[in-house]
Write a protein that binds this ligand. Structure first.
Ligand SMILES: [Zn+2]
Length: 412
């Protein structure tokens, strides 16, 4: 199957570049709206007909090269079709309107990456209203790595968008590769991943014994999020609603960044062994399971476990690793040694078996149980510990296009 990743690179933009790109964005926005208007008025949703209706007119009036006209047409068409299908379902939607800041879609005709001997290693050659333009690209080491692989044809280019964020311009380059994700079987080595608050994740490679254990502490994220909550309470008192909104956005970015880091750690760990399978818990019950302390309940509401799982799925798929979901039933109460299950086995962050006396970190015990649930499903079939059939998540949930996103960290 094909997997995708979005690499965001910043454009080094002196005034001249900025002006040209602003022109391009404005022209592109006008064009998208023009296409939508034609489709709405003439009731057209065919690419060919739309092309015939607009092409000669646009060749005269628009300064954009024809490849950019085509990309914009396709983008407008997709937006309009999605509007129609929503409308058909009875949803309240209005005809799409694009602002002058809408991203410009590019492709291999209108965007090329060039490697130079310059201090800035990579340049992009982009079609604009005033001809082709060469702009230097700024990125971090791992982003450069993807660009290098793209030029070596180890990766393919799916699509590119020119995006304006604040005063800066970025290229969102979506790269793709072909991977084979092996169906997990009895020989797969499970990596059990327990999610929580005190430890955001606890992951263990299990091969009859724990081969490697990783904890990702939640201490910092709890502190940061409490800070955000307190801060917002104060803002609410002074009715600074705009700043509340901004703070919520910042928190969302913080969480997203954290989830990227955690998922990267887990996938990297899984790559240590041959034939790994990442075992996640089915999240339906997580909120009940974690309802342990009042202090943390507020945080739970906005905790983004499903985003974290999705990031793990994407990153695992990128590396050809299958992901399965198992029921977490009793995974935090069951002793992974003797199987004795009781609520009283767990006291805070410590697990101590009431029957055999085995003692270890409670999150680690849960992670081991998840890994063992996977293994036992092959030994005993569903009569074992698996309360629901294993589902191979990746095939089902990976969207057609995009996007694991690489981005910088947030400054608080
Ligand atoms: Zn025990």
């Amino acid at each position: 199957m094909q997997v995708f990743k979005t690499v965001k690179v910043k454009v080094f933009n002196p005034t001249r570049v900025k002006e040209t790109f602003l022109d391009l964005l404005i022209e592109n926005g006008k064009l998208l709206n023009y296409y939508v208007r034609v489709m709405a008025e003439r009731k057209v949703v065919s690419k060919t007909v739309l092309h015939e209706l607009t092409y000669s007119e646009l060749r005269k009036s628009s300064s954009l090269p024809s490849a950019l006209l085509q990309s914009a047409r396709d983008k407008a068409l997709e937006a309009f079709k999605s509007y129609l299908s929503k409308k058909k379902k009875g949803l309240k939607v209005s005809v799409p309107v694009f602002s002058g800041g809408a991203p410009v879609r590019l492709d291999s005709r209108t965007f090329k990456i060039i490697r130079t001997d310059n201090k800035l290693e990579f340049f992009a050659s982009v079609s604009t209203c005033s001809g082709r333009m060469f702009v230097p690209l700024l990125g971090q080491r791992h982003q450069y790595m993807y660009l290098r692989k793209l030029l070596n044809e180890e990766l393919g280019m799916a699509c590119v968008e020119l995006v304006k964020r604040g005063n800066d311009f970025f290229f969102y380059v979506v790269v793709k590769r072909e991977v084979t994700i092996k169906e997990p079987d009895a020989n797969s080595v499970p990596v059990g991943v327990d999610l929580g608050l005190n430890n955001v994740s606890t992951s263990v490679i299990w091969k009859d014994k724990p081969l490697s254990v990783r904890f990702f502490s939640g201490r910092k994220s709890i502190a940061v999020r409490n800070h955000f909550n307190e801060f917002r309470k104060q803002l609410m008192r002074f009715k600074k609603l705009w700043r509340v909104k901004k703070s919520k956005y910042k928190e969302k970015c913080f969480m997203q960044d954290l989830n990227h880091k955690v998922s990267a750690v887990i996938v990297k760990q899984a790559l240590q062994v041959k034939n790994p399978v990442i075992v996640l818990e089915d999240l339906k019950h997580i909120r009940n399971r974690l309802k342990s302390s009042k202090k943390l309940n507020g945080l739970l509401h906005s905790w983004t476990f499903s985003q974290l799982q999705l990031f793990i799925e994407y990153k695992a798929a990128w590396n050809g690793i299958p992901v399965v979901y198992v029921s977490p039933k009793f995974s935090s109460q069951r002793c992974n040694k003797c199987g004795f299950t009781s609520k009283s086995n767990r006291v805070g962050s410590v697990f101590k078996c009431k029957k055999c006396g085995y003692e270890l970190n409670a999150d680690l015990n849960a992670a081991i149980n998840l890994a063992k649930t996977f293994s036992s499903s092959y030994m005993f079939g569903e009569a074992g510990n698996v309360a629901m059939p294993l589902t191979v998540a990746v095939k089902k949930r990976l969207p057609k296009n995009v996007s694991v996103v690489d981005h910088g960290s947030l400054r608080l």
